[in-house]
Design a protein around this ligand. Structure first.
Ligand code: ADP
Ligand code: MG
Length: 286
């Protein structure tokens, strides 16, 4: 192996905004057969917007915003932004609790209240009308959360996070290389599939709890080497587990630390470029 070729190769990619941290990455890239993507902030822009509210709009939004004021989740940010724009009063919430991969709960005006997905609903029944509205919104690639108080669902909030303009081209480039593309997300199956269809992703694994992302990567590793592309705190274990971890430069510090490759320009098309450059560099040094 010639270290000079390695340095020239990685120096060239660095100037293109693709940071390759070490030689091990170069070796693994040669045999990658599957590229797995996180959804929020990786395939999508990561700045979700509230698009629809089902129920008494002000009441639903006020309850949801009161619940979400202590959450740092992108969905919480979207709900708080909408509440501000609609000038609804955000009330006090006690005993706030974030439930990973599900939502948040707290006491509002003496009532146990929550915002989140159906994994939070144990004793609550959802009317068939509400279920139908939810399915229709999900088919439009919108994430839908329930807003509940006591044993009542008071409404739904639909939140949309559009794919990045370059995601479709990024996926096509990988598929043209014969690679399998997969999306891994904690979001619901219907929403995930709708977004996957928009960008041309081959396979969707939805409803994955943050703690289970790395295990999912291991499953795919049984049929070949895997690259994982992500940006979030909850992507760090998957980035380390994958044969090639690719972090978005806009990602959280821990994601960037866990990735062997960092895409400084945050352009998803650089995934394909990174794989290509690594391969070339590796073939030169071996
Ligand atoms: P992702 O893989 O998209 O980052 P998460 O694991 O963070 O997903 O969240 C998965 C799902 O859990 C969300 O789509 C939503 O239904 C629910 N959820 C998580 N946190 C919140 C929150 N703060 N408010 C409402 N719903 C939430
Ligand atoms: Mg993400």
């Amino acid at each position: 192996a010639t270290p000079t070729a390695l340095m020239v190769g990685t120096g060239r990619s660095a100037r293109m905004g693709i940071l390759i941290k070490n030689g091990e990455v170069l070796e693994a890239v040669n045999d990658v057969s599957t590229v797995i993507f996180d959804k929020t902030g990786t395939i999508t822009v990561g700045k979700p917007q509230v698009t629809d509210i089902v129920g008494d709009s002000d009441q639903v939004l006020a309850a949801a915003a009161s619940l979400e004021q202590s959450s740092e989740h992108p969905l919480a940010t979207a709900i708080l932004k909408k509440a501000k724009a609609a000038k609804v009063t955000v009330g006090d919430a006690k005993d706030f609790e974030a439930i990973e991969g599900k939502g948040v709960s707290a006491m509002i005006a003496g009532k146990q209240s929550f915002v989140g997905n159906d994994k939070l609903l144990d004793d609550v029944t959802v009317s068939s009308e509400m279920k139908a509205k939810m399915a229709a919104l999900q088919a439009e690639a919108k994430t839908v959360v329930f807003v509940g108080q006591g044993d009542q669902i008071i409404g739904l909030i639909a939140i949309q996070d559009a794919p990045k303009p370059t995601s479709k081209a990024a996926i096509s480039a990988l598929k043209a290389k014969g690679l399998k593309t997969v999306m891994l997300t904690g979001d619901n199956q219907a929403v995930a599939q709708a977004i996957a269809d928009q960008v041309g992703i081959d396979q969707v694994v939805a409803d994955v709890l943050p703690a289970d992302k790395a295990d999912q990567v291991k499953q795919f590793q049984q049929s070949g080497k895997v690259a994982f592309v992500g940006d979030g705190i909850n992507d760090a274990p998957a980035l380390s587990t994958a044969d090639v971890g690719i972090a978005m430069g806009s990602g959280t510090d821990i994601a960037i630390e866990s990735g062997g490759i960092v895409l400084v320009k945050n352009d998803l098309r650089d995934v394909s470029k990174a794989l290509e450059l690594s391969k070339k560099t590796f073939n030169r040094i071996k």
